[in-house]
Design a binder for this molecule. Structure first.
Ligand SMILES: [Fe+2]
Ligand SMILES: [Fe+2]
Length: 306
């Protein structure tokens, strides 16, 4: 089976480079973890991770020979890419020629693991990020990205690109054009995308919840960033709010929220980890008066719906 061969070959190729072998396993384990979280095919991720650096220790001349044997146009590669990242191109060729890989997710993820590209697939993003944050990486930026990837793949890609480009600019390294294009693409994508709290507020507005107040608890609580209080008129509206939030979260690839008090007719608490949403019927809201408990906490100004 091809996977067995890949596993054995990886061990052999890196037999004199134990740290690189550790890195490859680290990328694999991280990619599998993210793959589970984002519902991807784990076999694809495992094979990609094992092969992504397979040509890392080839000399520049060897890498060039492999690359020239496959790509019709190579001048731009040598012009724009650092010698250290040529291995992404040669590993792509080796995956095809030596292992007969035809799966485009595997091939593109290998090819783009160093500097990314605009519009990466979920597989490409997972491998790109895993290469950056696997447990053996120690630089400061990866600690930040490890946290961000729990919330959003796109945001993690953007921060990885931005930090890497800054780092390579400082080191006066060659940076291919596609890295800048990728950074710009993900920057614009994030700007367009509503933030999670905006998604929450919009979901509440969509079911006509009223008196929505959002407290910014980022500096007040280590557990959550926003605390939302809102009112509805009926239990039916309350259930509609829950299903609307669930649906919008799924569409945005956010983790499924935990709903407490689902059977309560008058107060439901939706725990989205970084956002706590309280939905009350009017009387209940007055009775519990959470606003009083939150006195002194900054409120987020909500955009008026047109
Ligand atoms: Fe690499
Ligand atoms: Fe790598």
């Amino acid at each position: 089976m091809i996977k067995e061969k890949i596993i054995n070959d990886v061990k052999e190729v890196f037999s004199n480079h134990p740290n690189r072998l550790k890195h490859v396993y680290g990328v694999r384990d991280t990619a599998l973890k993210l793959g589970k979280k984002y519902h991807l095919d784990l076999e694809i991720l495992e094979i990609t991770a094992l092969l992504h650096d397979i040509t890392k220790y080839k000399t520049k001349a060897e890498n060039m020979e492999i690359i020239d044997s496959y790509f019709p146009e190579t001048a731009f590669i040598y012009e724009q890419y650092n010698d250290e990242i040529l291995h992404a191109f040669s590993a792509y060729v080796v995956a095809i020629k030596t292992y007969g890989i035809t799966n485009s997710e595997i091939l593109n993820s290998i090819l783009n693991h160093t500097v990314g590209r605009p519009k990466m697939s979920e597989y490409e993003k997972v491998i790109f990020i895993s290469d950056y944050i696997e447990p053996n990486r120690t630089y400061k930026s990866c600690v930040k990205v490890r946290k961000i990837v729990e919330e959003s793949l796109d945001k993690a890609v953007y921060v990885t690109l931005d930090d890497s480009i800054t780092f390579f600019e400082k080191a006066h390294s060659k940076i291919p054009k596609i890295a800048y294009e990728a950074r710009q693409y993900y920057k614009e994508l994030l700007e367009e995308k509503m933030t999670k709290i905006e998604v929450v507020v919009k979901a509440l507005e969509d079911i006509n919840a009223f008196d929505i107040i959002v407290f910014d608890t980022k500096t007040k609580s280590p557990f959550f960033d926003y605390f939302v209080i809102s009112s509805v008129t009926s239990n039916r509206q309350l259930q509609a709010a829950i299903s609307h939030i669930n649906q919008d979260f799924a569409e945005n690839n956010y983790e499924h929220p935990v709903v407490e008090g689902r059977n309560s007719k008058s107060w439901v608490l939706v725990d989205c980890k970084d956002i706590i949403i309280n939905i009350f019927t009017r009387e209940e809201r007055e009775y519990y008066n959470l606003e009083k408990m939150m006195a002194g906490v900054d409120q987020v100004e909500l955009k008026q719906e047109k």
